[in-house]
Structure formats: structure tokens, C-alpha cells
Design a protein around this ligand. Structure first.
Ligand SMILES: [Fe+2]
Length: 275
């Protein structure tokens, strides 16, 4: 399975256009929260309409899953806690999002809601507890906030990650957690897009303006993840120990270019790829 992973698009329409164009090259697109831009002059309800159109365009080309981020909250639930109704409603529209866990070829992917209060947090805890008991060869989480006390949540001056998530990672030790939220972490000196906590790999794809967005390409057979951004290209092999500093990727791996001229051209054109 080949996955394209992004987060924090924040109503960047050129970035959504890029996703629509790239979608046919992947088996799965993961958007790890923050579709909406709360600081935009465009009304949030209008943004939701447009983004839903984009998600419909993408789903015609590949499977797309997502989770809510803090910018995606558009209402309150019956408990009075902030919630992303429009992200939850994606499930009823045949897309997969918050509170849902999907299984692909034995891999379980838990799509984790943004929790803004104890009830929603408990709901997510129940989802993870249920998923822990399910049979699976690998377990991935899509969770907007990155975990605490890791370079993936370094703000540039301090760690500002999710301490509750850290507890869940320690408890369940999933294979990988895909996040965003702290846009600058991968681009700061002490920050990173990747970290390893015991057997768990944790990621923050990062955010920068313009297309293509910062993104990760995950080939589950090769068990390798490429990270491409304005900082260049790097990769980690999930079967190997993490090496710091993560070395630059100097050429596309064989698995990437084989079988898809389109993917090869895309990576070759990426200005961040070292030559
Ligand atoms: Fe964000």
C-alpha cells in the first residue's frame, strides 16, 4: 500500500488542487486535520462547502481518510464540548473520518477526533481501547496533535505536544502516529518530522505555504517513509533504528519510481530533492 500523508492545509486551495492531481498515484490519502483556516476572510461555512467538494473530487481518484484538527471545530455536541460536526458527517457521506477505524490488508488505521473536553477525550480513549483488542498486523493512528516531549512537537523554544497522546502511545505502542498541528516543528533546529518512541514511530508532517504542501509518502511494503518539503527530502526506514540527523534523500528509492512514471516525474521535479 502506498500512502500520501498531509496535514494543516488550512484552506490552501493550490494545495488541495495538488492533492487532486496526485491522488491517482496513491492507494490512500491521509489528511491529518486542520482543513479550515480560522483566520481566513472566507467564512468557515463556505470553506467547509469548498473542502467537501475537493474531498469528493479526491475520492473519485483514491481512498481518502481524515481526522479533525482544532481549526475544524464548527459546533458543540450534546455535552457542550466543541466538535467538528462536518468532519464527523463525512462518515455518513461514505468517507472515513473521526471515531472510525479502518482495516486495509491487516493494517488497522484509527482516525482520532480532536478532543476539546473530557467527554470527547474519553470517547477517543474508548476507540483506542477497542482497536487495541482487534487483530492486526500493524496499527497506525491519525491524530492531529503530535505527542509531547518529542522533536515532532518542538515549537522552536519548548515542547508543546499532547501529553495525553503520549500516555496512549506509551500504553498501546502503535506502529506509527501521523500528526501535524505544530506547523514549524520540522523546520526548527531542534525539531523534526520524525521520531521513534520505543517501537512507535511518530510523525509531524509540518506546514508551509504553497504547493506542493509538506508531505510524506509511505510505502508499507518497503516500510519506508519519504518526507518532502521546502526543507528538502529525507526518508526513514521503519524497520531500522532512527539516525539523527536524518540524512537527506539524494535519489528516489527504487520502490518509488518502479511501476509509476508519474510518481517518478513528480519526485524528480521536487525542488527539495537533493541532486
Ligand atoms: Fe494547523
Amino acid at each position: 500500500m502506498r500512502c500520501l500523508i498531509v496535514a494543516d492545509l488550512h484552506y490552501s486551495l493550490p494545495q488541495y488542487d495538488w492533492l487532486v492531481a496526485q491522488a491517482p498515484n496513491y492507494d490512500l490519502l491521509i489528511i491529518a486535520g486542520d482543513h479550515i483556516d480560522l483566520s481566513s476572510a472566507v467564512d468557515g461555512r463556505a470553506q467547509i462547502v469548498v473542502i467537501n467538494k475537493y474531498l469528493d473530487l479526491i475520492r473519485e481518484k483514491t481512498r481518502v481518510v481524515t481526522c479533525s484538527g482544532n481549526h475544524d471545530l464548527d459546533g458543540r455536541d450534546e455535552e457542550g464540548e466543541k466538535t467538528s460536526r462536518w468532519i464527523t458527517e463525512l462518515n455518513a457521506r461514505g468517507l472515513e473520518a473521526d471515531d472510525v477505524s479502518i482495516e486495509i490488508d491487516g493494517t488497522l488505521i484509527s482516525l482520532c477526533r480532536w478532543w476539546d473536553g473530557p467527554k470527547a477525550q474519553a470517547r477517543l480513549a474508548e476507540q483506542l481501547a477497542r482497536d487495541a483488542a482487534k487483530p492486526k498486523t500493524q496499527w497506525f493512528w491519525v491524530h492531529h496533535a503530535p505527542m509531547a516531549d518529542s522533536p515532532v512537537s518542538w515549537s522552536g523554544s519548548k515542547f508543546i505536544g499532547d501529553t495525553v497522546l503520549k500516555g496512549w502511545v506509551d500504553q498501546y505502542q502503535p506502529d506509527a502516529v501521523f500528526s501535524g498541528h505544530i506547523h514549524q516543528s520540522p523546520f526548527t533546529g531542534a525539531g523534526s518530522w520524525a521520531d521513534r518512541i520505543g517501537k512507535t514511530w511518530v510523525f509531524n508532517v509540518g506546514q508551509h505555504p504553497g504547493a506542493p504542501p509538506a508531505h510524506m509518502i509511505f510505502d508499507t511494503e518497503a516500510n519506508e517513509i519519504l518526507w518532502l518539503s521546502m526543507m528538502g527530502a529525507q526518508s526513514v526506514n521503519l524497520s531500522e533504528p532512527l539516525v539523527r540527523p536524518i540524512p537527506p534523500l539524494r535519489a528516489p528509492p527504487d520502490w518509488f519510481t518502479s511501476g509509476s512514471q508519474a510518481r517518478g516525474r513528480t519526485l524528480a521535479r521536487n525542488p527539495g530533492l537533493a541532486d
